[in-house]
Design a protein. Structure first.
Length: 305
């Protein structure tokens, strides 16, 4: 049985040059070997292949049927290796390959898509792949090598531990969404204590810590629970119907319907910090994207009075 382990890259390159030139001497000159060294390498290949690969002629050599079969595979292997080298070089220059990005849900409203549009225009040869998830899960994937960059926040579990480089992106403050006919809809901003008696539309399960509970506790009251909606964007329909009010991360301001009034909170408004998390040895394209995420101006326009 042929010893295919003997067909290393150097051996295949030498074999290819002999086959193309039809001469041990010509291949030796091209590769910088002696003619005897080429003869020895070819003889070793033939032993590994289990038989002759070249017919020795009066002037030069030509492939045997076995040699022609091996040459077909050698050319394919060498071409694939050349393409691999070109692709790796492009990846390390940040100009090719695949960039795997993860982000939490509200980052995918404006920050991530807005930045990716600009990034794709600058780096059209980089293939982008996106997954959505909670910060803890995204960090697990990043540490496992399944992501090249993750957009994460320090809420609710705080900053992740070791195993990643963190690039601060922005603070994500909370806004309050009100029905258009609300008594505070005409205010420029709203003190959270003025909403102590309101019914709140929440998305999180009961008993789970939320930014709403944290913010209201800091303001000195416990929010009155109302309807709970699984999807955070579904809360807007209940607010529009006048069934309650809700808090909205500034990152998600663009998703709020125009018939709602969006107002910043006055005073000590709660905020979470948003980061780009990178592996310890990040790809150049990931570093560039992290920088662009930090430069993106998120839509923070609140509803008119």
């Amino acid at each position: 049985m042929p010893n295919t382990n003997a067909f290393d890259t150097a051996a295949l390159r030498l074999f290819d040059e002999v086959a193309r030139s039809g001469s041990f001497t010509a291949a030796a000159e091209l590769l910088g070997y002696t003619q005897s060294a080429v003869s020895r390498r070819v003889a070793a290949l033939e032993r590994a292949a289990g038989g002759p690969l070249f017919e020795r002629l009066a002037r030069g050599v030509r492939l045997t049927p076995a040699g022609a079969a091996l040459h077909h595979h050698a050319v394919a292997v060498l071409e694939r290796l050349e393409r691999a080298g070109e692709e790796l070089a492009a990846i390390h220059r940040g100009r090719g390959g695949t960039l795997r990005l993860g982000a939490f849900a509200t980052a995918n409203v404006d920050l991530v898509p807005g930045t990716l549009k600009r990034f794709a225009q600058r780096r059209p040869d980089v293939e982008l792949r996106l997954v959505e998830g909670l910060t803890a899960r995204l960090m697990d994937r990043l540490r496992a090598g399944a992501l090249d960059l993750a957009v994460i926040s320090d809420y609710p579990a705080g900053l992740p531990g070791e195993g990643a480089r963190l690039v601060p992106l922005r603070e994500d403050r909370l806004l309050v969404a009100l029905p258009s006919g609300h008594r505070l809809a005409g205010e420029t901003d709203v003190d959270l204590r003025e909403l102590a008696g309101e019914t709140w539309i929440e998305a999180a399960p009961r008993g789970q810590s939320t930014l709403l509970l944290t913010a209201c506790a800091a303001a000195g009251f416990t929010p009155r629970g109302g309807l709970r909606v699984a999807e955070w964007t579904g809360k807007f329909g209940f607010v529009a119907a006048g069934l309650g009010v809700t808090l909205v991360p500034e990152l998600a301001a663009r998703a709020v319907p125009k018939d709602l009034v969006l107002r910043p909170l006055r005073g000590m408004a709660p905020a979470r910090k948003v980061y780009a998390a990178l592996p310890e040895t990040p790809l150049p394209a990931a570093l560039e994207l992290a920088q662009m995420l930090g430069e993106w101006e998120v839509c923070t326009t609140v509803s008119p009075t």
